[in-house]
Design a protein around this ligand. Structure first.
Ligand SMILES: *[C@@H]1O[C@H](CO)[C@@H](O)[C@H](O)[C@H]1NC(C)=O
Ligand SMILES: *[C@@H]1O[C@H](CO)[C@@H](O)[C@H](O)[C@H]1NC(C)=O
Ligand SMILES: *[C@@H]1O[C@H](CO)[C@@H](O)[C@H](O)[C@H]1NC(C)=O
Ligand SMILES: *[C@@H]1O[C@H](CO)[C@@H](O)[C@H](O)[C@H]1NC(C)=O
Ligand SMILES: *[C@@H]1O[C@H](CO)[C@@H](O)[C@H](O)[C@H]1NC(C)=O
Length: 261
């Protein structure tokens, strides 16, 4: 009994020291293989509990919840835990007692699986295309161009927008959803995603062309107004001239004024 407590104390002390070799990450439903082999005699521990023993080329599993989930490969000597659940997270230790003797501990974290991202087209205009990447559970979302260039990024997001200018349409784009353990990618085909025309017709027009049209229409309006103004004025002046002619001699001042025209 005392010896056992002593061994556990030593184990805990050793685990808390530099023996924690690696952090391992996996997703729910996935597998993890612990990297150190037990070839002849050894144990697999979870926390301070021994969950399996290897001896004489076979494995004995002591803990029910691991019964069909811990596999030991006789050739490689490696342990694999399958069908991982979130509550499988914790410290695992591989304790080899014969041949190569060592104790290696690993901190395993099991994450919820990464949802697959989906990309939808929000709007297409003359010079750009707006895309939205979405997932049905929170994840880290990131937009990439040409494999590595990060264009937009958000952790703990359910959606992330991206606006691509038409001049950049020939690059390749992808949206990646990730957790620390894995990632999933949605590739975007710009030709298919951004070929559609927008519902708002005006948006399809080159903005320069649109400004040009506005200017042209303004000039036309001013020209018409001026034309109408001069026509009316000419009529009025004609009328004045006729009146002046009729009253010539009596109003010298107005003749002088009319001569100005
Ligand atoms: C997990 O291991 C099982 C059995 O070894 C295998 O059938 C399955 O494909 C593995 N799954 C993953 C995600 O590696
Ligand atoms: C972990 O969760 C699973 C179900 O998700 C359950 O069956 C199992 O008993 C749990 N294990 C522990 C150690 O609580
Ligand atoms: C990046 O995302 C933010 C919102 O999270 C958005 O406002 C911004 O326009 C996006 N950037 C690009 C280049 O699309
Ligand atoms: C995209 O097209 C431009 C010219 O329109 C060109 O300069 C550029 O190299 C092209 N990029 C790729 C990735 O094809
Ligand atoms: C996605 O995961 C793969 C391995 O499955 C890895 O090689 C790649 O670098 C990861 N990509 C990102 C963007 O995290």
């Amino acid at each position: 009994m005392e010896a056992r407590i002593f061994i556990i104390c030593v184990l805990v002390m050793r685990l808390s020291a530099e023996d924690l070799k690696e952090k391992l990450k996996a997703s729910v439903g996935g597998n993890i293989t612990l990297p150190d082999p037990v070839m002849e005699l050894g144990f697999l521990n979870y926390g301070t509990k021994t969950v399996a023993m290897v001896n004489n080329g076979k494995i004995d599993i002591y803990v029910d919840i691991y019964r069909n989930r811990i596999h030991w490969n006789k050739n490689s000597g490696l342990f694999t835990i399958t069908q991982l659940q979130r509550n499988d997270s914790g410290i695992y230790a591989v304790d080899s007692k014969k041949g190569r003797i060592f104790l290696s501990a690993y901190k395993l974290t099991v994450y919820d699986p990464v949802p697959g991202p989906a990309v939808s087209t929000v709007s297409v205009s003359y010079d750009s295309c707006s895309l939205l990447c979405s997932v049905d559970q929170e994840a880290t979302l990131c937009w990439y161009r040409d494999q590595e260039e990060v264009l937009n990024r958000s952790s703990h997001a359910v959606s992330l927008p991206l606006t691509v200018l038409r001049k950049d349409f020939n690059s390749s784009y992808k949206c990646v959803a990730s957790n620390p353990a894995e990632n999933k990618t949605a590739q975007v085909h710009m030709e298919t995603s951004c070929s559609g025309t927008s519902k708002h017709q005006g948006q399809d027009m080159d903005p320069r062309l649109r400004i040009g049209l506005y200017v042209l229409m303004s000039i036309l309006t001013v020209a018409i107004v001026l034309f109408v103004f001069f026509v009316i004025k000419r009529r009025y002046v004609d009328q004045q001239t006729t009146t002046t002619r009729q009253t010539q001699g009596r109003l010298p001042g107005s003749r002088r004024r009319c001569n100005l025209y």
